[in-house]
Design a protein around this ligand. Structure first.
Ligand SMILES: Cc1cc2nc3c(=O)[nH]c(=O)nc-3n(C[C@H](O)[C@H](O)[C@H](O)COP(=O)(O)O)c2cc1C
Length: 239
């Protein structure tokens, strides 16, 4: 059982007394070994069918769905539980149009010479260009901002820890939640992404992390034919 060391009655942690509640996983009591493997396989198989999709249908998706996806993402772990993220959800067609125009402006510069030749060669199998029609077609754009530090209502600031790691994990949860719901998204980074904070009027402690269009795939949507590295190439085991 965790507890406080009587010889250290606070120190840098002050007089905060941690509070604990029982860990109550949805599954109930300990899961049998065979069932653990079956669940791991089922989840892996489901995740393996996820793809980044760049052709969206304009079919509507209820705001309640997007809110569930954001709730799922916001359940991610974070450094010192600071939850240093903001998910800005955009469905307004005029705002989507402005985001598309600004993103395409940056992408045109990137594809037109700002990216290295090696980078462009690495992108070639994906068939991407500076054009991003999906930013207008997808019913929702979710812009994930990282909070580099806390900004309290009185204007004072506070520290956030492992911000990139934390927000990256939340992004992963979000992408997995989109997939589990039967929708698609694209992890998009039309960099530099400063225009997003500006267009969306974000406070000065927030920096755009990812732009994630969310919706149904367009009928007949295609994705690049990619191979994933096998287990032996992505892992090492010391048993
Ligand atoms: C951090 C990050 C940034 C990405 N940025 C872009 C992007 O700006 N445009 C794009 O079309 N795809 C982008 N992608 C998507 C990758 O190209 C894609 O994940 C990769 O090709 C593997 O394909 P899959 O997601 O279908 O497995 C990005 C992915 C990540 C993780």
């Amino acid at each position: 059982m965790p507890g406080r060391d009587a010889a250290d009655p606070g120190g840098a942690q002050g007089d905060v007394t941690p509070r604990f509640v029982p860990y109550a996983p949805a599954a109930g009591p300990r899961v049998a070994d065979a069932e653990v493997l079956a669940r791991a396989q089922a989840f892996r198989r489901q995740l393996e069918t996820r793809r980044s999709v760049r052709h969206f249908s304009d079919a509507p998706v209820a705001r309640a769905v997007i809110e569930e996806l954001v709730r799922a993402a916001a359940s991610a772990p974070s450094g010192a539980h600071k939850q240093p993220w903001t998910f800005v959800v955009v469905g307004d067609p005029a705002l989507k149009r402005r985001i598309r125009a600004a993103a395409e402006h940056e992408e045109r510069l990137s594809y037109g010479g700002r990216m290295s030749e090696e980078w462009l060669r690495d992108l070639a199998p994906l068939g991407t260009t500076w054009e991003k029609p999906f930013l207008e077609v997808a019913p929702w754009l979710v812009v994930l901002f990282k909070q580099e530090h806390a900004l309290h209502p009185d204007g004072s600031t506070g520290k956030h820890y492992y911000v990139n790691e934390s927000v990256g994990i939340a992004a992963g949860f979000f992408i997995a939640a989109v997939h589990a719901a039967g929708l698609v998204t694209l992890t998009h980074t039309p960099s530099p992404m400063g225009f997003l904070a500006e267009l969306l009027g974000r406070p000065r402690n927030e920096k755009a992390f990812l732009l994630l269009p969310v919706g149904h795939p367009a009928p007949g949507a295609e994705v690049p034919d990619l191979r994933r590295k096998p287990l032996a190439e992505v892992s090492a085991v010391h048993e």
